[in-house]
Design a protein around this ligand. Structure first.
Ligand SMILES: *Cc1c(COP(=O)(O)O)cnc(C)c1O
Length: 367
């Protein structure tokens, strides 16, 4: 048996109706912004229970434009999680602002007890990352932000439909940022992103920022970017968006199934699953003894397990300019050596899930 990480060929196996939609769309020639994008934004806002949704060309740009809308740039510091995907930091860096890291805890999100220590007189914003499908402790983050007069921009790229105390990821901050990248839970065929907000002024500004600052064809109100969500991808998004809740639910089911089986393996530690949180399992990550050998064994058995991530960001060549010495983020370091990610997508069969479980058990029994 082979258990692939990518489920894209399965997800887009039966798309005759989608191709028909694209055919119709192409004949309209409505290729920039346009009706399908407007429809997608409405549907996305409805899905999130938010007032406004703005389509942009990537999750990275969703974060970048959100920070830019608050004038964040050179000389400013932005606090984010040490164990995130590089895109979060890339967005901050593109604006000339300085990313400041805070270590995570075993929910893979920012340890909120460390945030206040990271605040300086240059700090302008906090970008909590809802990593793997968990959520950062937004109640506490918002409290800290309010007290210190900081903007909160949520990186919810991995956590579409996750929630905390019933309140959905992306609706806690000034904006919530999502990615439609092919390997995210709600995915299109190329890059794409969405920003959500409750604030009408912010909505207008973000719409200007994503489209060269153009107020209309002839008038440029502010300097912006070319960061529109591709309208063809909006057609794909409109086709897929009714499945979003099912996608999350199936991933949650798969994760529960894994949890039940892996909890009986003494060499595996399952991270805490707080009851007040809906975790949507963009990634299914657990702690494993002899992690590297287990990974190798899984690969030998044709299971595409992965590590998110084997080298912490702050130790990467490209981020040396931040001058963080080795050992600066001990929990992130520990994770990089002890976590493993198994496929958890909505298209996995029971047989495939069982094969992953059997293989892990087999590995430890052999020892
Ligand atoms: C995917 C991702 C992004 C950026 O998304 P893109 O659409 O690829 O630009 C940002 N942050 C996190 C945590 C992500 O996983």
């Amino acid at each position: 048996m082979k258990v692939n990480y990518s489920y894209l060929p399965r997800q887009f196996a039966n798309i005759d109706d989608l191709l028909e939609n694209i055919k119709k769309f192409v004949k309209t020639g409505d290729f920039t912004l346009g009706k399908p994008l407007e429809d997608f934004e409405k549907k996305f806002a409805r899905l999130m229970g938010s007032k406004f949704a703005i389509g942009v060309n990537s999750g990275t740009d969703a974060i970048k434009l959100s920070l830019k809308a608050f004038g964040i740039g050179r000389g400013d510091e932005v606090i984010t999680a040490a164990n995130t995907f590089v895109a979060t930091v890339g967005a901050i860096n593109e604006l000339g602002a300085k990313p400041v890291f805070v270590d995570c805890d075993d929910t893979f999100c920012m340890n909120v007890d460390l945030v206040e220590k990271a605040i300086t007189n240059k700090t302008k914003a906090i970008v909590p990352v809802h990593f793997t499908g968990y959520m950062a402790n937004m109640k506490k983050i918002n409290k800290i932000a309010k007290k210190n007069n900081l903007i909160v921009i949520e990186d919810a790229c991995q956590s579409i439909l996750a929630s905390q105390d019933g309140k959905i990821a992306g609706t806690w901050g000034a904006t919530g940022c999502f990615s439609l990248h092919p390997l995210k839970n709600l995915n299109v065929w190329s890059d794409g992103g969405v920003i959500i907000t409750e604030n009408a002024k912010l909505n207008s500004k973000l719409r200007l920022l994503r489209n060269h600052g153009l107020k209309n064809r002839n008038e440029i109100q502010i300097m912006g970017f070319n960061s529109r969500l591709d309208t063809i991808q909006a057609v794909v998004g409109n086709w897929l968006i009714p499945q979003t809740k099912k996608i999350a639910d199936q991933r949650i089911k798969n994760a529960k199934y894994y949890d039940q089986s892996f909890s009986k393996v003494p060499q595996i530690r399952i991270p805490h699953r707080p009851k007040r949180m809906k975790i949507v399992y963009h990634l299914y990550v657990i702690f494993a003894e002899q992690r590297d050998k287990l990974l190798e064994y899984c690969h030998k058995k044709n299971i595409e397990a992965k590590i998110h991530y084997p080298i912490p960001l702050y130790q990467q060549e490209a981020l040396k300019f931040l001058s963080y010495p080795k050992g600066s983020f001990p929990v992130t370091d520990y994770h990089s050596k002890n976590i493993i990610t198994f496929p958890v997508d909505q298209h996995l069969t029971k047989d495939e899930l069982n094969y992953v479980i059997k293989t892990v058990k087999e590995f430890y029994e052999k020892k």
